[in-house]
Design a protein around this ligand. Structure first.
Ligand SMILES: [Zn+2]
Length: 387
């Protein structure tokens, strides 16, 4: 996630409010209500949607010259930025309608009259003055976070497709997570497997601990494994041990080595060799899915992946658990705010790093009564799409 890290660094405008990494983190404790029921989830969701939409309405005024002034942005693809804006308004409008279903008179953050076409107008008029006093500390903080998060997305779009990422897809064979049902989330873990027990490595057993944590919580996930790391772990253990390790989970490829599959001349070989290794050794867990490191893939990868029977999998919620400047609390807060905003999707975590081991159980218990469904990885349609 190096590219995102760079872009994030320049997007964070208020260092005093940022974590050590420069990432802006919401303070969820400022939300004054419990989130222990579907209605409470929806109220918090409406609130995040309105704040994000308000920032989007303001950001829509940034033209090419304004975007070019941002440090690190050498060229701006305005067509891509416009596509992002259009997509975001569509998603926000649909989500606001979903989050407003249970609205009753005088309920906070409900529209007076639900009119999907008016979300922009509602958002433009939405300000701290309209928010009940008890929500104002949250409001100021949410504005700061959502502005920074929107910057993150806009800057990813500004350099797309020159530097591509999860912000946009190239074809129907690429899946991001927007297609899940409302309140449905799939957990995904990248960059493993780490070294196993009794091995000398700073992150040894992170994959094992992540899997234990998921099983304790009765939940499954898709793992995108690095071929070279899998082969090393296989040599240090056995094929039976690897089958047992990933039992009940889904495992796809993250390439043979962790490098951009947009620029590597060997990207096809990387995909083919890692997929074959995983398919041969994990007949029950393997799924024909490829997640490119950093989300970076060759723009014309569609026909090749389809010919190999593979689907390309991105994400729409980046937990930032890869960011060494963030604590587990930070990662939890960011992920929660994005889950409230987007209401569905593929959440990017890493079994390579330890933070998800703390964050995921908290999310599971926090959302246990909110009508949240953790998608079963076996129910995802991994079958390739398109001609
Ligand atoms: Zn990765």
């Amino acid at each position: 996630m190096v590219l995102t890290a760079i872009l994030w660094g320049i997007a964070a405008a208020t260092p005093s409010a940022a974590g050590a990494s420069g990432a802006t983190i919401p303070h969820r404790a400022l939300w004054p209500d419990p989130i222990n029921s579907p209605a409470e989830f929806d109220r918090a969701s409406r609130a995040e949607i309105l704040v994000f939409a308000r920032e989007l309405a303001e950001s829509d005024a940034l033209d090419e010259a304004a975007l070019k002034n941002r440090p690190g942005v050498d060229a701006v693809d305005m067509a891509s930025v416009e596509r992002l804006r259009h997509k975001l308004w569509k998603l926000l409008t649909a989500n606001y309608v979903l989050a407003s279903r249970g609205c009753v008179a005088n309920e906070a953050f409900c529209p007076g009259e639900i009119d999907p076409n008016n979300l922009r107008r509602v958002a433009e008029a939405f300000s701290g003055a309209l928010v009940q006093p008890r929500y104002r500390p949250w409001f100021e903080d949410a504005v700061r976070f959502q502005r920074s998060y929107l910057d993150e997305l806009v800057l990813l779009a500004a350099v797309f497709p020159h530097r591509n990422s999860e912000v946009e897809t190239f074809n129907d064979n690429e899946l991001t997570g927007w297609d899940l049902h409302d309140r449905q989330f799939l957990l995904s873990f990248d960059d493993g497997p780490t070294a196993g027990p009794r091995q000398e490595a700073p992150n040894a057993e992170n994959t094992d601990r992540t899997l234990d944590m998921l099983r304790r919580n009765n939940i499954n996930a898709v793992f995108f494994a690095i071929g070279k790391s899998f082969r090393m772990r296989l040599r240090d253990s056995s094929d039976e041990a690897m089958k047992t390790l990933y039992s009940g989970m889904c495992v796809g490829s993250h390439g043979w080595v962790h490098e951009s599959h947009a620029t590597s001349p060997q990207w096809q070989e990387s995909v083919a060799s890692s997929s074959k290794l995983l398919a041969d050794n994990l007949p029950d867990s393997y799924v024909p899915a490829f997640r490119p490191p950093y989300g970076q893939r060759s723009p014309d990868s569609g026909p090749y992946l389809r010919s190999r029977g593979l689907r390309l999998i991105l994400w729409n919620i980046d937990s930032h658990d890869w960011d060494d400047g963030l604590t587990a609390d930070d990662v939890e807060a960011r992920t929660m705010s994005l889950m409230l905003l987007w209401r569905r999707g593929f959440i990017l975590f890493h079994d390579f790093f330890p933070r998800a081991q703390t964050v995921v159980p908290r999310l599971v218990s926090w959302l246990a009564h909110d009508g949240i469904a953790w998608a079963d990885c076996h129910d995802i349609n991994w079958t390739p799409r398109g001609p």
